[in-house]
Design a protein around this ligand. Structure first.
Ligand SMILES: Cc1cc2nc3c(=O)[nH]c(=O)nc-3n(C[C@H](O)[C@H](O)[C@H](O)COP(=O)(O)OP(=O)(O)OC[C@H]3O[C@@H](n4cnc5c(N)ncnc54)[C@H](O)[C@@H]3O)c2cc1C
Length: 375
């Protein structure tokens, strides 16, 4: 007889692992299946920025969950350390979003006004104030938006911390097990067919990042979603060049421990190829050197890429399938999956337990566009 679980989660990225953690905390019998190794895809390629205000600039449900999720990190770091022994390397030294021309300055100033109206902390810094704060930045910039509340974490560590905490709370995690298809019985999902046999579950969660669409297509469901490759590289400097994360329209630079800077990221739609191109690196290097000239003397460390899950309208899919109520989809986090992982885990756990969920989840329903999620 197959072993039966309360919840089977497909995908061992940051979102699948977060969901496993929040469910295991509630005593659910959880099985997480990952076809390669945990955190092997987008969740280790990420720079780890918690850019609630830098990335999301419109009022709406995405801004709301971004802020809620960011606010979870300070306590989460201790919780995960206690359960897993892993430090997620949370850094809360703020972000500067630079204006490199007049138009960008105008845009940032209106973004600041909008954020202040909503009660968020964001301030305009004139060029001399930026220079005072970050002495190595180019003097060609026109000012910056200072966002003190945005920070960053180590994304691979965060993913492993969720997974290990879940395991220590009783979840099972199986790496190198690929889910081939969902086992359906009428309007109910009974389990999954995998490279390691079948597993039965009361609920199934698809958290397979950019591959979620493929998993669902295996059983005739559609999901408007597409992959967007991102390339990044890191350098090591003799001394720290930045203290805050620096974000521009063409690149970002994230200062990590041991004088490491992560510089990213390109955006190449509709490819699952994970190659790193010379053109991509060249574009990032030029952009980074324009902002931080001293980066030219840094030592190149390594480059990598990852595939982000993007959706038709740019909002994640977080909710039950309209035709299969015990099937939950959690994907489409695009450039913010690290930031959104705690709230994703928490909300999916609530949905599965039948607890009340916030009204804003309506915006992330799978059937928000008519042809979405046909059974
Ligand atoms: C270069 C780059 C920089 C980024 N920077 C940031 C950032 O600074 N901040 C931020 O918040 N976000 C960032 N992101 C976005 C973030 O990385 C993603 O949104 C997030 O990692 C998505 O997590 P996930 O768990 O949904 O997907 P993934 O991490 O892709 O995990 C999905 C997992 O599902 C597995 N899988 C797929 N199919 C199957 C199957 N059939 N059976 C079993 N397992 C399967 C895959 O192997 C994979 O491990 C960045 C992304 C990239 C590429």
């Amino acid at each position: 007889m197959n072993k039966s679980y309360d919840v089977i989660i497909i995908g061992g990225g940051v979102n699948g692992c977060s969901i496993a953690y929040y469910l295991a905390r509630e005593g659910k019998r959880v099985l997480l299946l990952e076809r390669e190794k945990l955190a092997g895809k987008a969740s280790s390629a990420a720079a780890g920025m918690l850019g609630a205000q830098v990335e999301v600039t419109e009022e709406g449900a995405l801004f709301t969950i971004a802020k809620e999720s960011r606010a979870m990190f300070p306590s989460l770091q201790y919780e995960l350390k206690e359960h897993s022994g892993i430090d997620i390397e949370l850094v809360q030294k703020g972000m500067l979003k630079l204006a490199m021309n007049d138009e960008e300055a105008r845009h940032l100033k209106s973004s600041i006004a909008f954020q202040q109206k909503l009660g968020e902390r964001a301030e305009w810094l004139a060029p001399e104030q930026v220079a005072e704060r970050e002495g190595q930045l180019s003097d060609a910039l026109m000012g910056a938006m200072d966002i003190p509340m945005d920070g960053h974490v180590n994304p691979a560590r965060l993913t492993h911390a969720f997974a290990k905490s879940a395991v220590n709370l009783g979840a099972e995690v199986k790496e190198y097990v690929e889910v081939y298809s969902l086992i359906m019985d009428g309007s109910v999902v009974k389990g999954v067919e995998t490279s390691n046999g079948t597993f039965d579950g009361e609920h199934v969660v698809v958290a397979a990042g950019a591959w979620s669409k493929r998993v669902l297509e295996e059983c005739g469901m559609t999901l408007p979603a597409y992959p967007v490759k991102g390339e990044c590289f890191s350098v090591i400097t003799d001394r720290p060049l930045l203290s805050s994360t620096v974000f521009t329209e063409t690149c970002y630079l994230v200062p990590k421990s041991e004088n490491r800077l992560i510089i990213g990221a390109t955006m190449i739609s509709n490819t699952f190829s994970e190659n790193v191109t010379v053109g991509g690196l060249f574009q990032l290097m030029e952009a980074a050197a324009r902002v931080l000239p001293a980066v030219k003397s840094a030592t190149f460390e390594r480059s990598w890429s990852g595939i982000r899950p993007q959706t038709g309208d740019g909002l994640p899919y977080l909710g039950q399938h309209p035709n299969y109520k015990n099937l939950v989809i959690a994907t489409g986090h695009y450039r913010n999956g690290i930031l959104l992982s705690p709230i994703t885990g928490k909300l999916v756990a609530k949905m599965i337990q039948g607890e009340p969920v916030p009204g804003y989840l309506e915006d992330f329903r799978l059937d928000r566009v008519k042809e979405h999620a046909k059974g």
